[in-house]
Ligand binder design. Sequence first.
Ligand SMILES: CCCCCCCCCCCCCCCC(=O)SCCNC(=O)CCNC(=O)[C@H](O)C(C)(C)COP(=O)(O)OP(=O)(O)OC[C@H]1O[C@@H](n2cnc3c(N)ncnc32)[C@H](O)[C@@H]1OP(=O)(O)O
Ligand SMILES: CCCCCCCC/C=C\CCCCCCCC(=O)OC[C@@H](O)COP(=O)(O)O
Length: 267
Amino acid sequence: MELGWLLWGAAVLLLLHVLMELSPAVNFALRIGFYYLLFFVCSAFTVPVCLLVNGGRTVKNMRIIKTVVKTFKYFFGLRFEVKGRENFEVEGPAIIVSNHQSILDMMGLMEVLPDDCVQVAKKELMYAGTVGLIIYLGGVIFINRKSTSSAKMVMAEVAKTMATDNVKVWVYPEGTRNCTGDLLPFKKGAFHIAVQAQVPVIPVVYSSFTTFYNPKKNLFTSGKIKVEVLPPIETKGLTSDDVSDLTDRCYRTMRETLFRLSGRPGE
Ligand SMILES: CCCCCCCCCCCCCCCC(=O)SCCNC(=O)CCNC(=O)[C@H](O)C(C)(C)COP(=O)(O)OP(=O)(O)OC[C@H]1O[C@@H](n2cnc3c(N)ncnc32)[C@H](O)[C@@H]1OP(=O)(O)O
Ligand SMILES: CCCCCCCC/C=C\CCCCCCCC(=O)OC[C@@H](O)COP(=O)(O)O
């Protein structure tokens, strides 16, 4: 009986392997499906650990979440080469801004995430089952992107509390995923918070995924991602009138870095 099951298992694995070799679409779907499954299952196991260790919703849970997610890269043959970690060592809070290419960014995020740092996320993620629950427990700040006024109110609250709570805040200023190898124009929320709280902005840039990941072409292979944490940009003395300039400055620096890290000639 056991031998029968074993043979069936081997046959299914062989079939999947052949299908993956033959069809890029199957290969892509299975790899991405496995990625989702990892998040879903690992979240279910991590929720009770966070509750037992830290008792509820707190940024301290991010240390536990980070430890788990940092192992995922080995399943997909991804390598991260990180430069400039020392730039996170500013005294007190800061706003961290980075480019956002795909859901694979969650691995890159956890690879460099400093302690006591929460992320801003779209509120829809709160309802993603066990993943939503673990994100909630990690202290993530949820915003409604469809309502500028409510998102602005949440962001203003963040600007007020980040100094008292001494937390860093990680924002994806493109506001959505973008896997084109370039940057979308930046939204201004992150830069408003930085100016309101008078804290530095630390840009983080991940090289383009396009050589190993492209959902439109069913491409998802192993690969290396270069990450650079850039020097903090001070905002002391800036006012709301300077937010546009600050946004442009960050955008230009990050775009140049993205092209350099991705081996793409600048424009
Ligand atoms: C064990 C297993 C674990 C598994 C689990 C692991 C994962 C654990 C980590 C989870 C991590 C999740 C990561 C998710 C990642 C996303 O969900 S990305 C999507 C959500 N994030 C964002 O959207 C952030 C970026 N967006 C912004 O900052 C946007 O500015 C806002 C606040 C949403 C507003 O949106 P908007 O209205 O479309 O944007 P915008 O054109 O910037 O603003 C309109 C006007 O309001 C002004 N304005 C904007 N913000 C402000 C403000 N705060 N104050 C005053 N004025 C403002 C602007 O200046 C602008 O006015 P003008 O200058 O044009 O006159
Ligand atoms: C009972 C409900 C069950 C729902 C099950 C859903 C299972 C979800 C399982 C795994 C999700 C893994 C991904 C983890 C977090 C991904 C964060 C992310 O990258 O969000 C995208 C967001 O930045 C921008 O969104 P858009 O590009 O604007 O769109």
